[in-house]
Design a protein around this ligand. Structure first.
Ligand code: NAD
Length: 375
């Protein structure tokens, strides 16, 4: 069996799907590894480092013609055309945002496994690429804010006087939000955290932050998978109103609120931004899903009445060494689960395979993706 690692070509993408150490492990299992020349370069993994672990350095076509192709970003049309029919593709495939990609992969006859859809069950924890990337994004979001804030984060007592610590508010306390809270605390800020899931109150507090209690009676907002549920329109409007005074007193707001498969909820209205002090900073990690702030422009930085608003699309790619390392481990776990020296086995009896497979045997096989395509 062969595994191909092409070079990522999406704008700004610096990650690579497998790093040399992981390549070495698969090679030892009898799998032939084919790397597109320079695929790891932007993440500081040289061709020589892959070669030393047994990979063959080849051209782009050879990497895409492997039995299993591993990628970070969803494939472009050109890349889909390079895949071997009846081959396997593993990567972030954006199945809920761009279901047409799954359809094109099905059209090519490819078996496609989407890292976004790996079910969050304990057996699949080692394959949880979303959590690994969210953690990097939460950390980096705080650094982006600290860099842009015209203030210190920590309390400082100096001969020239005392500097009060920055106030940081984190909206949405899933994986990214909790990492943002922990990072802001390490930098010495006073931190508040908020989530519609009451279950995270203790986690926020255990990181040394305070839980923002909005006295918004929403009931149990956690679904069976541990994700947040969408608020009804009236409650959502009330939520944005109740958040204003908390946003107003924050020097930095990091937002991470997402509902799987939906546009991100608006938590910060234009009026809330205008209530902040000039010089304050918002980093909207929900920007790829439309943003949690009404003024967010995905991929851009805007300044509104002195408040800087960042809408980054891919913070993990700004830390490509560790982002690639963590991502590679999740891909390795996935490959080991379903493939070996003898080849790849499509096993629809397996919860992880069934949950993450979007295309197989010429058809889109995932119910949710099928539903989106039908709509
Ligand atoms: P996510 O990225 O989908 O959402 C981020 C956060 O936004 C969530 O905590 C959600 O509750 C919150 N949110 C949504 N709408 C909101 C609103 N209107 N106001 C405020 N907050 C809002 O979530 P995630 O980070 O991927 O993880 C969600 C949960 O899944 C967490 O409890 C996490 O611990 C759990 N999880 C479990 C596993 C596992 O069991 N293997 C793995 C990863 C995460």
């Amino acid at each position: 069996m062969t595994i191909g690692i092409p070079k990522e070509t999406a704008s700004g993408e610096r990650r690579v799907a497998l790093i040399p150490e992981v390549v070495g492990r698969l090679q030892r299992d009898g799998i032939e590894m084919i790397l597109e020349k320079g695929a790891g370069e932007a993440a500081f993994y040289s061709d020589e480092a892959y070669e030393a672990k047994g990979a063959r350095i080849a051209d782009r076509t050879a990497a895409f013609q492997a039995d299993v192709v591993v990628k970070v970003q969803p494939p472009s049309d050109d890349e889909i055309a390079l895949l071997r029919p009846a081959g396997v593709l593993i990567g972030f495939l954006a199945p809920l945002d761009q279901p047409e990609i799954a359809e094109k992969l099905a059209g090519r006859g490819v078996t496609a496994l989407s890292m976004e859809l790996v079910p969050r069950i304990s057996r699949a924890q080692s394959m949880d690429a979303l959590s690994a990337m969210s953690s990097l994004a939460g950390y980096k979001a705080v650094l982006v804010a600290a860099e842009a804030l015209p203030k210190f984060f920590p309390l400082l007592t100096t001969a020239a006087g005392t500097i009060r610590p920055a106030n940081v508010l984190v909206l949405g306390a899933g994986v990214a939000g909790l990492q943002a809270i922990a990072t802001a605390r390490r930098l010495g800020a006073r931190v508040w955290g908020y989530d519609i899931r009451e279950a995270v109150r203790e986690e926020i507090q255990s990181l040394g932050a305070q839980f923002v209690d909005l006295t918004l009676d929403v009931g149990d907002m956690q679904d069976a998978g541990g994700y947040g549920k969408a608020l009804a329109e009236e409650k959502a409007r009330r939520q944005t109103e109740l958040l204003v005074p908390h946003i107003a007193k924050a020097d930095v707001v990091i937002t991470t609120a997402l509902i799987p498969g939906r546009t991100a909820p608006t938590l910060i209205t234009a009026a809330a931004v205008e209530a902040m002090q000039p010089g304050s900073v918002i980093v909207d990690l929900a920007a790829p899903n439309g943003g949690n702030c009404a003024l967010t422009r995905p991929g851009e930085t805007v300044t509104h009445q002195g408040v800087q608003l960042f809408g980054p699309l891919n913070l993990p790619a700004t830390m490509p060494v560790h982002a690639s390392q963590l991502y590679a481990r999740t891909v390795l776990a996935m490959v080991k689960e379903f493939a070996g020296e003898a080849g790849f086995t499509a096993n629809f009896e397996d919860e992880i395979f069934k949950g993450s497979c979007v295309a197989h045997g010429g058809a889109v096989v995932h119910d949710r993706v099928k539903g989106l395509l039908a709509a």
